[in-house]
Design a protein around this ligand. Structure first.
Ligand SMILES: *Cc1c(COP(=O)(O)O)cnc(C)c1O
Length: 421
């Protein structure tokens, strides 16, 4: 996505002035470059097509979902992961084909299991031994299931740790025997068909080592236990660039490396290559989205710090307070040099409500200016809350110089719609 200043000194995306967007539609607002979202989806498709393996790409709804987003996913030929009644409802309301929906979650409620079954989702990802009984009990016909494994592997941005993640609420541990017990239980369950296995080793992973090593471990385990399946799903977690120094997962080279490695692993283990699934979320929408805010109070505490506050905060941007995540801010309405380090703060009643702790900004920034925070397309709107009765922001998709509203700003009325009088 090209974010650049035009000759009037206004920040633009694909030629559209973000100042105009902020002035016309108000702030805070989240703006996506629709072309960029589609490009990311197509890059994954093309990389897999080159491998000539059977594959499916499933977008993880939790990164950002709404009716128009689901429609994009459908138009680009991806499948869809959901983890709750609400995400499934959104997908179905957008007209998404249930056969291409996968239902995840470590504690699916009875209602959710029944809803998934009734909707005839493509498969349910089993996350516990108990769930096998529950699904079998509620199913009235054969249902495809995929077992989520805990391979005892954890991937961090720069490192890969084996036995790092045995203590986890997700999946069935291979090492501690839960996975094999799960396979036996599924085979004994009358209405369940074991379609495949799944793992997800982490988020914001820059390299391919963790996925490749985990696939190897899983294929060896399948072979040793003589388990035949149609699908291995490698999960998501492909990294994006938030700030200088971060690496966006190299989709073309990375998928080529992974698929080539899978061919070798299968050959060495003498195991037929099943369909390969992935579940990208962040890497599809993360870099394609930015948040626009208006600057309000500026507080300069001599020899201590300067706080620049904006008209949103942890209600629409929780990742800084939650994970100490890093972001870059750009002044939208003037192209002035970044010559100062300040703390960019939200307006909510928590000292921890910070957007960027050490933000590089022009010292000319003043009340009424607009700021853009880059790479806020994933886990921003979807994590938004009404803390302090803040209204959730509006969301726009930009394409061919036009902005189309895909989510309206929450109204004040909506804040009390469920309150009884
Ligand atoms: C969160 C999650 C994803 C998506 O992760 P990203 O980091 O957004 O790519 C995919 N699969 C599972 C099971 C997840 O929990």
């Amino acid at each position: 996505m090209v974010v650049e200043y035009n000759d009037k000194g206004e920040l633009t995306i694909g030629g559209t002035s973000l100042k105009t967007i902020a002035q016309s539609f108000g702030t805070p607002t989240i703006v996506y470059d629709e072309t960029q979202i589609r490009t990311q989806m197509r890059r994954f498709h093309e990389a897999f097509q080159k491998s000539e393996l059977n594959y499916n790409i499933s977008y993880a709804s939790k990164a950002f979902t709404c009716l128009q987003m689901v429609k994009l996913v459908e138009e680009e030929g991806l499948e869809l992961d959901v983890v709750s009644e609400g995400e499934l409802y959104t997908a179905l309301a957008a007209g998404f084909d249930a056969q291409h929906i996968h239902f995840h979650g470590n504690n699916k409620t009875k209602r959710e299991i029944q809803y998934a079954l009734k909707s005839k989702v493509g498969y349910i990802v089993i996350d516990s031994l108990e769930e096998i009984d529950l699904i079998n009990r509620y199913a009235s016909e054969e249902v495809n299931v995929v077992l989520r494994l805990n391979p005892g592997v954890e991937a961090h941005t720069h490192e890969f740790i084996q036995t790092g993640q045995e203590d986890s609420k997700f999946g069935l541990s291979i090492k501690h025997g839960l996975a094999i017990e799960g396979v036996k239980k599924v085979k004994d369950a009358k209405r369940l068909n074991l379609k495949g296995v799944h793992f997800h080793v982490g988020s914001q992973i820059e390299g391919t080592e963790a996925m490749i090593e985990t696939t190897k471990l899983v294929v060896q385990w399948l072979k040793e236990n003589d388990i035949q399946i149609e699908l291995i799903n490698l999960g998501g977690g492909f990294s994006i660039k938030y700030v200088e120094g971060d690496v966006s997962f190299p989709i073309e080279d990375g998928i080529a490396e992974i698929t080539e490695a899978i061919k070798t692993i299968a050959q060495e283990a003498d195991y037929p290559i099943p369909e390969i699934g992935i579940e990208p979320g962040r890497s599809i929408v993360g870099e394609a989205g930015i948040t626009l805010y208006e600057v309000g109070t500026i507080k300069d505490i001599p020899n201590v710090n300067k706080y620049v506050s904006i008209d949103g905060g942890m209600s629409d941007h929780i990742r800084t307070s939650l994970y100490d995540a890093k972001y870059e801010a750009l002044l939208v309405n003037r192209n002035d040099p970044k010559d100062e380090t300040v703390t960019l703060a939200g307006k909510l009643c928590e000292s921890g409500d910070i957007i960027i702790k050490d933000a590089q900004l022009p010292s000319t920034v003043k009340r009424g200016d607009y700021l853009a925070i880059l790479s806020t397309g994933a886990y921003h709107y979807s994590m938004a809350s009404n803390y302090n009765q803040m209204q959730k922001p509006s969301v726009f998709f930009l394409k061919d110089g036009k902005a189309r509203e895909v989510i309206k700003r929450q109204s004040l009325r909506q804040l009390i719609i469920n309150d009884t009088k």
